[in-house]
Design a binder for this molecule. Structure first.
Ligand code: HEM
Length: 148
């Protein structure tokens, strides 16, 4: 009997979990794969903020490229399909640039979607990096230049 009572006393309903009747604190976030240099919170923030971007991949990509070329005009020369588009107006209405912007943004989208699987994520990242080593004049530092 005493034993049964003590079991009951130890069983709290959801509403009684905290002494003040409030909900229990959420469990700590699961640790991330050590190969990912982000905390669980940072990873969550990346995924959550990307959701808004993913609804407008193409326009966001076009905007990103226009900004990139505004700040680093010399990089435009590497893009054989639209290197002749020197003005912002030409760039913003180009089908070729839009197509490329969509491809790049979809690649980022796929990468972010695979953040829960580090093997898949790193394989994908290496593929994207390797594909750029074949581009004449490409320098790995450009990946940093492209950050906002
Ligand atoms: C931020 C990460 C990046 C991603 C995810 C990415 C993704 C891609 C992809 C998927 C392609 C192949 C497109 C295709 O086959 O049509 C590509 C091509 C290319 N990327 Fe990137 N890229 C990134 C950053 C950059 C940066 C920073 C530069 C240079 C400033 C760059 C320059 C190029 C060039 C010149 C091509 C070839 C375009 C062509 O077909 O003429 N990329 N990129």
């Amino acid at each position: 009997m005493g034993c049964e009572l003590s079991k009951l006393a130890g069983t709290k309903s959801r509403n009684q979990a905290g002494n003040d009747g409030s909900s229990p604190p959420p469990p700590p976030p699961a640790a991330t794969d050590p190969r990912l240099p982000l905390t669980a919170r940072q990873k969550f923030t990346v995924i959550a903020s990307w959701k808004a971007v993913s609804r407008a991949l193409e326009p966001t990509g076009i905007y990103m490229f226009i900004r990139l070329f505004e700040e680093n005009a010399e990089l435009l020369n590497m893009f054989t399909k639209f290197r002749e588009l020197k003005t912002k107006e030409q760039q913003s209405t180009s089908m070729e640039l839009a197509e490329h912007a969509k491809t790049v943004m979809s690649t980022l989208d796929e990468g972010i979607k695979s953040l829960d699987d580090m093997d898949a994520f790193l394989t994908y990242l290496h593929e994207v990096g390797a594909s750029h080593t074949k581009i004449p004049g490409f320098n790995r530092q450009y990946f940093w230049v492209s950050l906002p």
